[in-house]
Design a protein around this ligand. Structure first.
Ligand code: ADP
Ligand code: MG
Length: 473
């Protein structure tokens, strides 16, 4: 058992994350105001294999940070320890520096009133954390997540209709958001336990060591709704799986609702007993698939509106950029939202509306995967079609006026939308010199400011180029 504990909670590598550096990046990314108001006092308590534990002084601050900044903080932490997949909080009361449940927190006290389980009480806030800002209302629905959404809604309206409900998808696609939403809507009337599989194991091992297994069992078997996030991380020894299996069955028997999330379907889970997997498959198994453009765009719209409410008059993200992010950032919703947050931070720090080329820089790492998608060839094709000239004409040496402008436009867009160097662009236009490329870029830049029609045409061309990439894939 000792080994198991070490595997799941190795805390010896705290020094692998230099918190001061993380803080300085937070300061830079979020701006001084936000940093000073919310983030400066965060302390790093411990570093585990897949998550870190941080402390803040109040529940309110924790909720505020969770709903607004946590995704980005996680991204920053990941830069220094890429295995970290989530952040856990402890509420550190300044007066006595002990973990404490806020006495105003009637709802949680209510829940705990009849329990005599001290260690679970102490750590209660750390894992049974339901984020009020991740609810059904702000979950944006598209074809890829509709079934998962509907099934989640169903179990929260009609408990134990599907039991267990098993949701799976790749990372950052909304599983935790849905589990959280179910927890939120059921917690008024039920005892809800929302726990990650890792923490379940941790708690299990801890109970075993302190001879508190009876309490552990009672505690879990008392819940009406058990939400277990990221079950793929459960890799416990026989004894633990045994206990899990029995808890699971006991809960099903008394019609408690069980909801499980994972990154793969039940039969693909490794290190989990066959009989447990088969139990997982016994209710409803639903997956969330990759987003399509329309869903990403809807999510961006909804998050932009949310941000506008938080920062009135400070958030202006042009339609062009919203479309650009929706087209480009397709790995996960988490990255999509992260991209938007980054642009908003940039815009707030520099007090300006970012341009498309600035956005390309801000999101460089997120775009790198798709860097090569926009080719000079596709730009030429689309620009030629738009101006109704042939590609031969565009690439010819002729300098007729009706050819020069489209050619300059294509060169300009090649500069804007690809990472090709000036000589490379020149070569793609029948070996023109790089000074010609510079001249074209400058000319179009200038004309865009003077000639509104041309400006609009270029925006529409840009969108065509970006969308044509989307459609081809
Ligand atoms: P997972 O648990 O699948 O890794 P999360 O639930 O943590 O993913 O989602 C990552 C981020 O994306 C969260 O901020 C979440 O609120 C947001 N998100 C995911 N899907 C949606 C959606 N359909 N609508 C709105 N926000 C979403
Ligand atoms: Mg998750």
């Amino acid at each position: 058992m000792k080994n198991n504990l070490q595997n799941t909670t190795s805390s010896s590598d705290k020094k692998k994350i230099d918190w001061q550096i993380v803080q300085s990046v937070m300061k830079k990314n979020f701006g001084n105001d936000i940093f000073e108001s919310w983030l400066k006092k965060i302390e790093l308590v411990d570093v585990f294999k897949n998550y870190i534990l941080i402390s803040v002084s109040t529940r309110f601050i924790r909720d505020w940070i969770t709903s607004r900044y946590l995704d980005q903080i996680l991204q920053i932490v990941k830069e220094y320890k890429k295995e970290v997949i989530r952040i856990e909080f402890v509420i550190e009361n300044n007066n006595n520096k002990s973990k404490k449940i806020n006495s105003n927190d009637s709802e949680k006290n209510e829940f705990l009133k009849n329990d005599n389980i001290s260690f679970i009480k102490d750590s209660f806030l750390q894992y049974n954390r339901i984020d009020p800002n991740k609810n059904f209302e702000n979950f944006v629905i598209g074809p890829s997540n509709k079934l998962a959404f509907e099934a989640s809604k169903k179990v929260s309206e009609d408990k134990a209709h599907y039991n267990p409900l098993y949701l799976y998808s790749g990372v950052g696609m909304g599983k935790t958001h849905l589990l959280n939403s179910i927890g939120l809507s059921l917690k008024e009337k039920n005892k809800v336990m929302f726990i990650s599989a890792e923490r379940f194991m941790y708690q299990f091992v801890k109970s075993l060591k302190s001879n508190e297994m009876v309490k552990f069992k009672e505690y879990f078997r008392n819940t009406d709704v058990l939400l277990i996030d990221d079950i793929q991380f459960m890799n416990g020894k026989e004894a633990m799986q045994e206990e899990f299996f029995h808890t699971f069955n006991a809960l099903l028997e008394k019609n408690s609702q069980i909801i499980i999330s994972a990154d793969r379907p039940p039969n693909k889970l490794s290190r989990i007993q066959e009989r447990i997997k088969s139990r997982f498959s016994g209710g409803l198994v639903v997956d969330i698939q990759n987003t399509d453009y329309d869903l990403r765009y809807k999510i961006i719209k909804s998050k932009t509106d949310e941000l506008k409410m938080f920062y009135p008059n400070q958030v202006t993200i042009s339609e062009e950029i919203q479309k650009f992010i929706s087209t480009e950032v397709r790995t996960s919703v988490r990255e999509l939202v992260g991209a938007l947050n980054r642009i908003v931070s940039f815009s707030r720090i520099y007090n300006k509306i970012p341009t498309l080329s600035e956005v390309r820089v801000i999101l460089k790492d997120l775009l790198s995967l798709s860097e090569n998608k926009v080719t000079i060839d596709s730009i030429q094709t689309i620009v030629c079609k738009f101006f109704k000239i042939s590609k031969n004409e565009m690439l010819s040496p002729r300098r007729s006026r009706y050819l020069v402008r489209p050619r300059q436009t294509a060169i300009y867009l090649a500069k804007m939308l690809t990472s090709k160097s000036l000589p490379e662009i020149g070569r793609a236009f029948s070996n023109r010199d790089h000074t010609t490329v510079i001249h074209s870029v400058k000319t179009i830049d200038k004309l865009r400011k003077e000639d509104n029609e041309l400006n609009v045409n270029i925006d529409s061309l840009k969108n065509k180029i970006l969308y044509s990439q989307e459609n081809e894939i």
